[in-house]
Ligand binder design. Structure first.
Ligand code: ADP
Ligand code: 5GP
Length: 205
C-alpha cells in the first residue's frame, strides 16, 4: 500500500572472498522492490562478465573524473584496482522507495554507514575457515598461492565484523538467503521508516 511507502533502504553485503556474497546478493533480487547497485571498476573484465550488468568497466581517467565530481557514494582501492558505487542511480532508486543492494568490501561499507547511518550492514561468514578454503578450491579459479593470500586476507577482514549490524553464516545457502530476506523485511518495519505525514494520511483513508 502506497500509504506505508517511504524512502528505500541501503543493504550492504560484505564478506571474505568465497564466503558466498554474490550467491546471496543475487538471490535477494527475488524480494519485491529490490535492485542491485552496479559498481564502476578499473579492473579488467573477466570471462562471462557483461559491461553494464556485473560492473561498469571504466578507464582510470573516467574513474578519477567521477571521484573529482563527487559521483561516488563510496569508493575504495582493492588489490590495485579501483571500485566505486555510482551515487546518482542509488539515490534515485532510494527516492523511488526501492531497496538498494551494495555488494562491496569493508572500507566502502564503513563510508556508506558514515554518510547513511540508516544503511544496514550485513557480514557473510563461511561456516569455518576450513570450509571457506574448500569452497575456493572447488570453485577452481585460484592457484594455491592465491588461495593462501585470500585466506590471510580473510583473517584481517574479520576485524571489520564489529562494525556490521548483522552476521550471516552461509552454511546452507537457502537458510542464509532466507535469513537475509528476513533482516530486510524487519528493517523495513521500523516505525521511523514511515513517511512524516503518515498519520495525517492514514486517518483520511
Ligand atoms: P563471493 O561472492 O563471496 O566471492 P561466491 O558467491 O562466488 O562468493 O561463492 C563462492 C563459492 O562457494 C561458489 O562456488 C559458490 O557456488 C559456493 N557457495 C556459495 N554458497 C554456498 C553454500 N551455502 N554451500 C556451498 N557452496 C556455496
Ligand atoms: P571482484 O573484482 O572480485 O569482482 O571484487 C573484489 C572486491 O571488490 C569484492 O570484495 C567486492 O565486494 C568489492 N567491490 C565490488 N564493487 C565495489 C564497490 O563499488 N565499492 C567497494 N568498496 N568495493 C567493491
Amino acid at each position: 500500500m502506497d500509504l506505508f511507502k517511504n524512502e528505500g533502504k541501503i543493504f550492504v553485503i560484505s564478506g571474505p572472498s568465497g564466503s558466498g556474497k554474490s550467491t546471496i546478493a543475487n538471490a535477494l533480487l527475488e524480494e519485491p522492490d529490490t535492485v542491485f547497485s552496479i559498481s564502476m571498476t578499473t579492473r579488467k573484465i573477466r570471462e562471462g562478465e557483461v559491461d553494464g550488468v556485473n560492473y561498469y568497466f571504466v578507464t582510470d581517467e573516467e574513474y578519477d573524473r567521477t571521484v573529482a565530481e563527487g559521483g561516488f557514494l563510496e569508493h575504495a582501492e582493492i588489490y590495485n584496482h579501483k571500485y566505486g558505487t555510482p551515487k546518482k542511480p542509488a539515490l534515485e532508486n532510494l527516492k523511488k522507495g526501492l531497496n538498494v543492494i551494495l555488494e562491496i568490501e569493508m572500507q566502502g561499507a564503513l563510508q556508506v554507514k558514515e554518510s547513511y547511518p540508516d544503511a544496514v550492514l550485513i557480514f557473510v561468514l563461511p561456516p569455518s575457515l576450513k570450509i571457506l578454503r574448500e569452497r575456493i578450491e572447488n570453485r577452481g579459479t585460484d592457484s594455491k598461492e592465491e588461495i593462501d593470500k585470500r585466506m590471510a586476507a580473510t583473517v584481517k577482514e574479520l576485524d571489520y565484523l564489529k562494525d556490521y549490524d548483522y552476521y550471516i553464516v552461509n552454511d546452507i545457502k537457502e537458510v542464509a538467503v532466507e535469513t537475509v530476506k528476513n533482516i530486510m523485511r524487519i528493517e523495513k518495519q521500523k516505525v521511523k521508516n514511515l513517511p512524516a505525514n503518515f498519520i495525517e494520511e492514514y486517518i483520511k483513508e
